[in-house]
Design a protein around this ligand. Structure first.
Ligand SMILES: [Cu+2]
Length: 349
């Protein structure tokens, strides 16, 4: 949960001056970070981090389509939905590391165009790659895709002689074939399933606006709650095993030169304390890594965001309910975020 000390020695080739100076000297990385300094106690930051890791690796990623993100075949709309760990911890580590206090665009790590200028970028991305291995070790249906389009996708890199070098996804599934493997490490998040803190039971959804009245939402400038009907309730173990219940946010639009982050909770009202994420009702967060474009003008992006909620509904005791309450809490940039619609779908796992 810290930047390794060797990256923090001034004068070393691993050091980069364009990092947030408040986050040096072994400061604990805040995966809940949203670009502002907040007075969250260290213990709370650590429990938030463990909760976020559990959500991204376990709860929200029971199937390959959640972990890897939605399919993006040629000819379809961009940003069909990113993978769980691309969202978190990948993006918050970028934002947390970048020099937001002194650089216009959070350079280096906090912006897409400049992130690779910081040597830490490569360590960070190797760590994300390591989490791919860890995810497969959890078991269940957590395995690589067999889709040929995915396996045969190609990327160009450069070798040590600056010659282009082609790599297919299928060549990169087993790191041992590439000559390396990751040393076993403790995974404290594996057993960090948040426990239910309230005993209030089901929130009265009759007093909350239905999803059809709230969306399309013009701006997420404050916390909002809505009720939404599930496609099925009281699902059997076998049904849950075959299909995952997916809370889907369609066409989230915002200016992607800005950082946005919002949290999603189930079965709580708008007064929820969103600084404490270690609760069963916390479903997940959406985060974005800013892209500064050549001309630096606004650039509206439209994305789909999905959250797997089968385990969550079990843990909160909502499996038998037809209608549930969802609350969105903007952390940063919400005034520039619009959302066209929200639905719950069952997807093959
Ligand atoms: Cu990155």
């Amino acid at each position: 949960m810290r930047i390794p000390p060797m990256f923090d020695r001034e004068g070393s080739s691993l050091y980069d001056d364009k990092r947030n100076q408040n986050h040096r000297n072994g400061t604990i990385i805040d995966l809940g970070h949203f670009g502002k300094e907040v007075d969250t106690p260290q213990l709370q930051i650590m429990t938030n981090n463990l909760t976020l890791m559990y959500r991204q690796m376990v709860t929200n990623a029971p199937c390959p389509s959640q972990f890897f993100g939605a399919a993006y075949p040629l000819g379809t709309e961009p940003s069909p939905g990113m993978g769980t760990i691309e969202n978190i911890p990948h993006t918050p580590v970028h934002i947390w590391t970048g020099d937001t206090p002194r650089q216009k665009n959070g350079e280096n790590m906090g912006n897409f165009y400049s992130a690779g200028l910081d040597p830490l970028f490569y360590c960070h991305h190797a760590n994300v790659d390591r989490m791919w291995d860890e995810w497969k070790l959890i078991g269940g249906k957590r395995r690589d895709l067999s889709n040929k389009d995915w396996l045969n996708s190609e990327f160009f890199f450069y070798d040590e002689n600056r010659n282009p070098y082609r790599v297919k996804v299928r060549d990169s599934l087993d790191s041992k074939k590439m000559g390396f493997s990751y040393a076993p490490m403790p995974t404290p998040w594996r057993n960090f399933k948040p426990i239910r803190k309230t005993t209030a039971g089901k929130l009265n959804t009759a007093s909350i606006a239905p999803v059809t009245k709230v969306f399309p939402l013009a701006k997420l400038d404050r916390a909002i709650s809505f009720s939404i009907t599930r496609p099925a309730s009281s699902r059997t173990t076998q049904e849950k095993n075959e299909q995952e219940e997916i809370l889907t946010f369609n066409k989230i639009a915002y200016d992607d030169t800005q950082y946005v982050r919002f949290d999603v909770f189930l079965n709580v009202d708008k007064t929820v304390n969103a600084d404490e994420l270690d609760k069963a009702e916390f479903a997940g967060s959406y985060t974005s890594l800013p892209h500064v474009h050549g001309n630096n003008t606004n650039h509206v992006t439209s994305v789909t965001f999905t959250l797997a909620i089968t385990e969550l509904l079990e843990d909160i005791g909502l499996e038998d309910e037809d209608t549930i309450a969802v609350t969105l809490v903007p952390k940063v940039g919400g005034e520039g975020v619009s959302i066209e619609s929200v639905e719950i779908k069952l997807e093959d796992c």
